[in-house]
Design a protein around this ligand. Structure first.
Ligand SMILES: [Zn+2]
Length: 263
């Protein structure tokens, strides 16, 4: 079947590219990574978020590409210990492998978002294939935890404006990108991951990271302690959106274009 072939190619591509790096630049694509992607048209209801204007020190920490067999449970233990709620953007193929971890995350108060089935670059797929990637994952999440996700994050932050509107209309999803990107998928070491997150996080930030890298999980004790010490309050993405206050001007989002291209 063509879809199996596509899934296989996407898998190989993501492995070759360094394990599903959402912030990885796509040199052959006009689609920019999340933070520099333009929002949905101004006439439409707001669909896409990289950060939220809030009154208060609210932030949303997000973990993509899991669940991972050992790292996600390790993270959940830490989150329970610190009483922190986060959001997991999961891959359908990993939910299929570890449904019990997804159930545990929800039981412990975390939010689940749709991150597609197999991590393709959606901007390069037909509408039918995009629908299949999202629907299959949506169905499995619902079967596993009993309800549908309200949010999605496109792999690599790659989704055209037209696709965003269509995804919002068809699935009701808000499209969640990010403001803080520690480039943890490059595995620069836990201290660097921690320093980047701690120094870049502001009120209303949505922070990107990945629960499939041991270094990311190893960075989290320091990240959580430092951000809690600064007074930040961790909420899920949907909670952060619900806390949004009107801003006079949308705040500019830092560019991630300085990221060096991979070979
Ligand atoms: Zn991803």
């Amino acid at each position: 079947m063509i879809s199996r072939l596509v899934l296989g190619l996407c898998f190989l591509a993501s492995v070759a590219a360094g394990q599903n790096a959402d912030s990885q630049p796509r040199g052959d694509s006009s689609q920019s990574p999340g933070p520099v992607a333009s929002p949905a048209t101004s006439t439409a209801a707001k669909v896409t978020y990289s950060s939220v204007h809030v009154d208060g020190l609210y932030i949303a920490m997000t973990f993509d590409d899991g669940p991972h067999q050992t790292l996600t449970p390790k993270l959940l233990d830490l989150l329970a210990q610190k009483k922190i709620k986060v959001t997991f953007f999961v891959l359908g193929e990993n939910v299929e492998r570890h449904p019990e971890i997804l159930k545990r995350a929800v039981a412990e108060g975390h939010e689940i978002g749709n991150h597609t089935w197999s991590h393709p670059n959606l901007a390069k797929l037909s509408q039918e294939k995009v629908r299949s990637e999202l629907q299959r994952t949506d169905d499995l999440i619902r079967q596993t935890i009993g309800f549908r996700p309200k949010i999605m994050r496109p792999p690599y932050g790659s989704l055209t404006s037209k696709q965003r509107e269509w995804v919002h209309e068809e699935f009701g999803y808000n499209v969640i990108l990010w403001e803080v990107d520690p480039l943890d998928w490059k595995e620069p070491g836990p201290a660097v991951v921690a320093r980047r997150i701690i120094s870049q996080t502001k009120p209303g930030s949505i922070i990107l990271s990945h629960d499939i890298h041991a270094q990311t999980i190893d960075a989290m004790p320091e990240v959580f302690d430092a951000l809690l010490a600064k007074g930040f309050k961790f909420v899920t993405v949907s909670e952060l959106l619900a806390l949004a206050k009107p801003a006079t001007q949308p705040s500019p989002v830092p560019s991630a274009t300085a990221t060096p291209a991979r070979p």
